[in-house]
Design a protein around this ligand. Structure first.
Ligand code: GRF
Length: 193
């Protein structure tokens, strides 16, 4: 495990919903060995479960309205700078960030996707994997670029697809692996950020 010396690296998590990955990243960040500090949660949904979790745990929350995308992104960038955020984890954030935003945080935004990329970019990954009779699916943590779900892969975890699987069952098993993989992937790249 990477041991980091000195000040904790502040980071933000962007969410739109349930926030199970947010929870697992937060728990991991509280460990002595982590050396990164979850300082901010950004959400485009004010009633998201993840927002409630953040508030309960006294993590700063920034709510944004993506109907005016340019303004929302300007607002977020200002907030990231003000809080000295060094990197960003997207975790179920259902908005597409502009190239301009991504450029400003180049190689400092990562995402988790519920498939073995480059397979099944985009939505409905589990249904498509089952329909194609895949033997394995899984999850991927990758850098965010201007092309959807296409940036450099940081880590992946394979999950077996059973004949009896429904998209819901498969999603549940993959999510458990996502929750374990995301903190590991952060740890892997943090020293290079
Ligand atoms: C996860 O399946 C993630 O891979 C996808 O959105 C879902 C978010 O789940 N991008 P949660 O909100 O972290 O529970």
């Amino acid at each position: 495990m990477v041991k980091l010396i000195g000040k904790k690296i502040s980071f933000a998590v962007f969410i739109s919903g349930r926030g199970s990955n947010l929870k697992s990243i937060y728990k991991f960040s509280k460990k002595k060995s982590s050396n990164f500090d979850l300082k901010l949660v950004v959400s485009n949904k004010k009633n998201a479960k993840g927002v409630l979790f953040a508030k309960k745990n006294k993590i700063k929350v920034k709510l944004v309205n993506f109907k005016k995308k340019n303004e929302a992104e300007r607002d977020i960038l200002f907030c990231l700078r003000k809080n000295n955020i060094r990197f960003v984890c997207l975790a179920g954030f259902m908005k597409i960030l502009s190239n301009n935003f991504i450029k400003k945080f180049k190689n400092k935004i990562i995402n988790i996707h519920p498939s073995l990329l480059p397979k099944y970019k985009g939505l409905n990954t589990h249904r498509r994997a089952i329909e194609n009779k895949e033997k394995f699916s899984g999850c991927t943590v990758h850098f965010v670029t201007d092309k959807l779900d296409s940036g450099k892969i940081i880590m992946q975890k394979k999950v077996k697809v059973f004949k009896s699987d429904t998209p819901k069952k498969l999603a549940k098993r993959i999510l458990l692996e996502e929750n374990k993989l995301y903190p590991k992937a952060i740890l892997k790249i943090i020293s290079k950020i």
